[in-house]
Ligand binder design. Structure first.
Ligand SMILES: *Cc1c(COP(=O)(O)O)cnc(C)c1O
Length: 344
């Protein structure tokens, strides 16, 4: 097999979901937007449904459609971008529940699909999505008369437990929603870890399910091995890769593996990328190219068949740190060329 092998441990996803639900002590709806953070919306959502999840969040109506096809009727599918122009048919046909973000979206929804359930997203300071307090005050009575299924907001600094923005948003959310007798949701993964005050009636874990920070106790979910296509021996002074960016300062053995920036292994990792063979680190050398990476395997006693990029020695967040980004981006950048195995 020529392409990298990506294995996704669905039992780890389910157990991370259960662990976060237990921490939150309240209902929990997995966030499976962006193809379940790059890991495959159908297998991931089905595994979570088998583990007991009954409500799911996606970003767009189109993702909701794909999820409904995978799950069939029954589970509630909530759409974070709300009800965009042109979404009415998809919402009605596939039984989606948009989280309405503005007065415009509320009017659009009530005019086009008044019988479809909806929730409302309120802005508590992030200034990304949701109604601000003044808008909410203007339409709350109309909206509440239509029985919204959820009032939600989103924390902007929840990955930093000490950040004063957290209690500020919590307080504002309470002021905007106390006494309204509608289920409420504020916390994603980071918010769950802030404690029970933030949990309300429903939490929305995403990254923690997939093994990423800030959920330190997550079970790792993915493993990525890249096959070695060719191995060669170099004399001291020879160079390797585009731009002759690396030069051998000792007699060296190089392995060329399949995988590159087209597979989500960022070119900016050039000079900072390490593979593993068992417990031995093997530094990548030269530039990361589109489909190939050259790795220094001089210190290995054997000629490797595969090298590990994500696994026990290097998780998603460690690789993200080398790349100057976050685990979320590493996961959602994983390419479509890998041979994927979903382990039950
Ligand atoms: C993406 C997202 C989540 C999930 O966040 P994680 O940090 O991945 O747990 C929850 N709620 C909203 C509104 C989101 O956009």
């Amino acid at each position: 097999m020529a392409t990298g092998r990506l294995s996704i441990d669905l039992s780890a996803v389910a157990s991370n979901w259960q662990a976060l639900s237990k921490l939150a002590q309240t209902d929990s709806a997995p966030v499976v937007k962006a193809d379940a953070y790059g890991l495959g919306i159908a297998p991931v959502a089905k595994a979570l449904a088998r583990a007991g999840a009954r409500r799911f969040f996606v970003a767009y109506a189109e993702e909701g459609l794909a999820l409904r096809r995978a799950l069939g009727p029954g589970p509630e599918i909530m759409v974070l971008s709300g009800h965009m122009a042109g979404d009415a048919r998809t919402i009605a046909e596939w039984q989606l529940t948009p989280m309405l973000n503005s007065v415009d979206q509320l009017m659009r929804h009530l005019e086009s699909v008044p019988d479809q359930p909806f929730g409302l997203q309120l802005d508590t300071g992030m200034n990304r999505l949701g109604m601000e307090w003044s808008e909410w005050a203007a339409v709350a009575e109309i909206a509440l008369a239509q029985n919204p299924v959820l009032l939600m907001s989103h924390l902007s600094c929840a990955d930093d437990a000490e950040h004063p923005m957290n209690p500020y948003q919590l307080d504002l959310f309470r002021q905007m929603t106390d006494g309204l007798n509608v289920p409420r949701s504020l916390a994603a993964t980071g918010g769950i870890l802030l404690g029970p005050d933030y949990a309300f009636d429903l939490v929305r874990p995403g990254i923690g399910l997939y093994g990423g920070l800030p959920f330190e106790h997550a079970r790792p979910v993915i493993r990525l091995d890249l096959p070695v296509i060719q191995v060669r021996d170099l004399q001291q002074g020879e160079v390797a890769g585009y731009g002759n960016a690396w030069q051998a300062h000792r007699p060296s053995r190089l392995a060329t593996v399949s995988g590159g920036y087209a597979d989500g292994i960022f070119r900016s990792l050039t000079g900072r990328l390490t593979f593993w063979h068992g417990d031995t680190p093997c530094p990548a050398v030269g530039r990361v190219s589109m489909d190939l990476i050259i790795v220094d395997v001089t210190d290995l006693e054997e000629v490797p068949e595969v090298l590990n990029l994500l696994g026990p020695h290097q998780g998603v967040d460690r690789l993200a740190e080398s790349a100057g980004t976050i685990g979320y981006e590493v996961l959602t950048s994983l390419g479509s060329r890998y041979a994927r195995t979903h382990l039950e």
